[in-house]
Write a protein that binds this ligand. Structure first.
Ligand SMILES: CC(C)(COP(=O)(O)OP(=O)(O)OC[C@H]1O[C@@H](n2cnc3c(N)ncnc32)[C@H](O)[C@@H]1OP(=O)(O)O)[C@@H](O)C(=O)NCCC(=O)NCCS
Length: 147
């Protein structure tokens, strides 16, 4: 079993992060990583990392973190198509949760996902997220308690 780590994106790795692609048909569920990194450039509360399995880059995760409002939001998560269903997404989210537990007031992690066949909702539900019933900009809001 490969060891999953979250690593800072550097000038040496940013192009490889931007080249990561989800599987065919999943493009509507997450923005391209280049777009996410561009958005993060204008959002001081964005926190993002590349996901590695051993020494291989396999994905990307980005959060919106506001300790002042105790607001933590999983903004983007993707594992490249050829590396999916090996537990990397689950392990990466576990590392995110470990980190959140060290941050002020982090009692829940929210996310939202595009509904539809092949979407990530079963993945999130398997990890303990439940639907709040809210819909944000057409996306179902999901919540993971951190207590
Ligand atoms: C969602 C995503 C990050 C999951 O990453 P992953 O590394 O493949 O997930 P894991 O291997 O850790 O999956 C853990 C469990 O979640 C569930 N799961 C994962 N993908 C699933 C899918 N497509 N359909 C149903 N269940 C799924 C399974 O129960 C899986 O365990 P199993 O393989 O033992 O059955 C990945 O599919 C992805 O990048 N999708 C496209 C982008 C996307 O939708 N991102 C979320 C935006 S909100």
């Amino acid at each position: 079993m490969a060891a999953v780590t979250l690593r800072e994106v550097t000038r040496d790795t940013v192009r490889a992060v931007c080249r990561l692609q989800v599987a065919a048909g999943q493009e509507g569920f997450v923005a391209p990583n280049a777009v996410s990194i561009a958005e993060a450039h204008f959002q001081p509360k964005a926190w993002f990392r590349a996901i590695y399995a051993d020494e291989e880059m396999v994905g990307f995760v980005m959060l919106y973190e506001d300790p002042d409002q105790a607001e933590y939001y999983l903004w983007r998560l993707m594992v490249s198509g050829e590396h999916q269903r090996r537990g990397y997404g689950q392990q990466a989210l576990g590392l995110v949760v470990d980190r959140l537990r060290t941050l002020p007031g982090a009692r829940e992690l929210l996310t939202s996902c595009v509904p539809g066949e092949g979407g990530p909702r079963p993945f999130y539900e398997r990890l303990g997220f439940t639907a709040t019933g809210e819909v944000d900009d057409g996306e179902e809001v999901l919540r993971l308690p951190l207590d």
